[in-house]
Design a protein around this ligand. Structure first.
Ligand code: ACO
Length: 323
């Protein structure tokens, strides 16, 4: 029996920050409106020419350093992104080349804001099968490039960044007290496409397009439905909210995070939230939050950590990890 054990996490944020007050100079909005409804205070924005793969490479190097490994040790790279550098080749192969890795396999996985949880679940299945030994799972995004900067209902919500995790396949007895990914649960329902989408793409329009969203519909779905996958994780393991040490959900909106935790019976002090500093960085938000909480000493070896995300599609998923 093999289990995917977390060896390290790391992240990277572009240097430039954009505060709510900065945004109020671009569109008709205010710090008060944005903060009250979303909890966001500021977000990072990639510099001109700074691409998703560049952010992802830096996050990957930070995670490798945290794990005490080098790029050569990695034989599987999965990148969750909806803002690839190019239509093809994949951002994962660009990062693979930038890391100087020429062995193994690298590919992208697109599940929008659920991208990291989907990529983690996929890597876990590769590692547990014995086909690969060590994985880099990366969430990297430059959503600033697909925002309509004249639309105040969307441009205030998102930011750029990248986070990464290193996992290794290790023998396991199967005990829940042993380190590693304990269970993952993924869902999707494509009937919700028009509630959260980009109005461009290579095949449909031959443009890149802009993000469009029915905010209230997404909010309702996120709080109403998404918690199911966390309940599934508890059912699969026999563990409960009381046994969790940390809840690290996708960082879209503080109200969604708090309402989800309350619904699941997770105590407020177990929530890791970085949305005030990063905004919604889509697939990067969970590994960014994990990096912050691991670096400041909150998440420690042996802790029980629940990840949860929802994104366009809709897609949604959970991952329960013994850190
Ligand atoms: N500044 C000031 N006013 C604004 C802004 C803004 N940035 N944006 C919208 N408004 C106005 C609207 O025009 C509207 O004005 P009106 O009443 O005169 O028509 C008013 O504020 C209220 O708008 P609503 O859309 O009803 O505001 P709501 O309370 O629903 O909050 C929000 C909007 C924050 C987007 C909320 O619906 C939300 O958080 N939804 C979840 C969306 C989300 O997190 N998506 C992330 C991507 S998906 C994911 O990551 C899973």
């Amino acid at each position: 029996l093999l289990r995917s054990v977390v060896l390290g996490v790391g992240s990277y944020l572009p240097a430039k920050t954009l505060t709510n007050d900065d945004l109020a100079k671009i569109v008709d909005t205010s710090d008060e409106w944005i903060f009250q409804r979303t909890g966001i205070k500021e977000r990072h924005i990639a510099a001109e020419g700074e691409t998703t793969s560049m952010l992802g490479e830096k996050a990957a190097r930070a995670a490798l350093a945290n794990a005490g490994l080098t790029p050569d040790d990695i034989d599987l790279i999965i990148v969750g992104t909806s803002t690839p550098d190019w239509t093809f080749p994949s951002t994962a192969t660009q990062i693979q080349a930038a890391l100087g890795v020429a062995h193994g396999v690298a590919f992208d996985l697109q599940a929008v804001c659920s991208g990291f949880v989907f990529a983690l679940s996929t890597a876990d299945k590769f590692l547990r099968s014995g086909s690969h030994k060590r994985a880099l799972v990366i969430g990297a995004e430059t959503f600033s490039r697909i925002l309509n900067w004249e639309d105040r209902t969307t441009c205030v919500l998102f930011g750029d960044g990248a986070g990464a995790m290193v996992l290794e396949a290790r023998p396991s007895s199967g005990a829940l007290s042993e380190r590693g990914v304990l269970t993952t649960h993924l869902r999707s329902d494509g009937r919700h496409r028009t509630k959260l989408y980009v109005d461009g793409g290579p095949s449909a329009t031959q443009t890149v397009g802009h993000l469009r969203m029915s905010g209230q519909e997404v909010f309702k779905f996120a709080v109403g439905k998404v918690t199911d996958v966390v309940v599934d994780a508890f059912a699969a393991t026999g563990l409960s909210a009381a046994e969790l040490d940390w809840f690290v959900p996708h960082q879209a909106n503080r109200r969604i995070i708090d309402m989800s935790a309350q619904k699941l019976g997770i105590a407020p002090e177990k929530i890791v939230a970085t949305v005030h500093l990063h905004g919604n960085t889509s697939a990067a938000s969970i590994p960014l939050a994990l990096s912050v909480a691991a670096a400041d000493g909150r998440i420690k070896q042996g802790d029980l950590v629940m990840l949860e995300a929802v994104g366009g599609g809709f897609t949604w998923g959970s991952a329960l990890i013994r850190w």
